[in-house]
Design a protein around this ligand. Structure first.
Ligand code: ADP
Length: 268
C-alpha cells in the first residue's frame, strides 16, 4: 500500500488565509505548549490552508497524510524494505515528523481504522513519544513536533466517530464556512474573479448550505465555489461554471440536479 504523504517545506510566500474566528490565537497557544490540535469542519472549508498558514508562521515543516481505511500503522511509522538485496528501515511520515520536529497533519482521521490511529496516542499526551516496535525503540518527539488531525463531523457514521479517549487529548478548533464577506474575499482572491462574481457564488453557496431537508452528503464548499470562480475567470459564463463545478459535482441524482438548477436560477 503506498501512502500519499506530502512534505511541504515552509513556503517562501506567506499562504493566503483569512481568519474566521480566534483559530490563529488558539493554534499559536497550543503550539506554544506542544499540544495536539483537532480541526473540525466540513470538507473544503479551509482546514488544510489553515494548517499550512500556521506551519509557515511557526517556521515548521508540514508533513501531511490523508487518512484512509487501508492505512496501517506501518504506513505512518515505517517499515523494513528490500533495497538492492538489503533490508533497510524506512521511516514513515509520522516518524520523520517526530524526528524533525515538524507539524504532522493527519487529514480525515476518521477514515483511518482505530487500530492504526492508536500509534498517535502517546504522541498526543505529555509523553510526546512514538514507540517504534519494529526497531525495538521509542522515539521522543523533537521540539517543535505537533500533531494536528482533522475530521468532518457532518457525515461520519457513529461507528467511525473519533474514539473518546483519543479526542480528549486534543485542543479542538471548529472551522466552518466563513461569513459572507470573508468568503467573498477568499473566492475573489483564490479564483481571480471580481468581488461581484465572488459574492454571487457565495450567496449561491449559502443558499445550498441552508437547503431544508437537503439530500446532499456534502454541501457547496468554499473549494467548490473557488472552482466555479476559476472557470468564470477562464471566460465561462457564471451559470455554466456553476452547473459544472457545483451542481454536477454535488449530486448524480437527476431530481436533485434539477432542484439545484432551480435554486441556481433563483439566486443568480
Ligand atoms: P479542507 O482542508 O477543509 O478540505 P482546504 O484548506 O483545502 O479545505 O480549503 C479549500 C480551499 O478553500 C483552499 O485551497 C483555499 O483556496 C480556500 N479557503 C478556504 N477557507 C479559506 C480561508 N479562510 N482563507 C483563505 N483561503 C481559504
Amino acid at each position: 500500500m503506498t501512502l500519499t504523504a506530502s512534505a511541504v517545506p515552509t513556503r517562501v510566500a506567506t499562504p493566503f488565509y483569512r481568519a474566521v474566528g480566534d483559530e490563529v490565537a488558539v493554534f499559536r497557544a497550543a503550539a506554544g505548549r506542544g499540544l495536539p490540535v483537532l480541526l473540525k469542519g466540513p470538507t473544503g472549508c479551509g482546514k488544510t490552508r489553515f494548517v499550512e498558514t500556521m506551519a509557515h508562521e511557526l517556521g515548521r515543516e508540514l508533513i501531511t497524510v490523508a487518512g484512509h481505511e487501508d492505512m496501517t500503522s506501518a504506513d505512518l511509522v515505517g517499515r523494513f524494505l528490500l533495497q538492492g538485496g538489503e533490508t533497510v528501515w524506512v521511516d514513515g511520515p509520522l516518524t520523520r515528523a517526530v524526528r524533525q520536529g515538524a507539524i504532522f497533519y493527519l487529514d480525515e482521521v476518521v477514515e483511518a481504522r482505530q487500530d492504526t490511529t492508536v500509534v498517535i496516542h502517546p504522541l498526543a499526551d505529555h509523553r510526546r513519544e512514538l514507540p517504534v516496535d519494529r526497531l525495538g525503540t521509542t522515539l521522543s518527539a523533537a521540539p517543535g513536533f505537533q500533531l494536528v488531525i482533522s475530521y468532518n463531523p457532518g457525515y461520519q457514521s457513529v461507528l467511525k466517530s473519533l474514539k473518546e479517549s483519543t479526542r480528549q487529548r486534543f485542543v479542538a478548533i471548529e472551522l466552518g464556512f466563513p461569513p459572507v464577506d470573508i468568503e467573498t474575499d477568499v473566492v475573489a482572491h483564490e479564483a481571480g474573479v471580481d468581488p461581484e462574481t465572488a459574492r454571487a457564488l457565495v450567496m449561491l453557496g449559502n443558499a445550498i448550505r441552508h437547503l431544508e431537508g437537503s439530500p446532499l452528503r456534502e454541501v457547496a464548499s468554499t473549494r467548490l465555489l473557488i472552482l466555479a470562480g476559476g472557470l468564470v475567470a477562464e471566460g465561462l459564463g457564471l451559470r455554466t461554471a456553476v452547473q459544472s463545478a457545483v451542481v454536477q459535482a454535488l449530486s448524480d441524482d437527476s431530481d436533485v440536479v434539477r432542484a439545484l438548477g432551480e435554486l441556481v436560477d433563483a439566486v443568480l
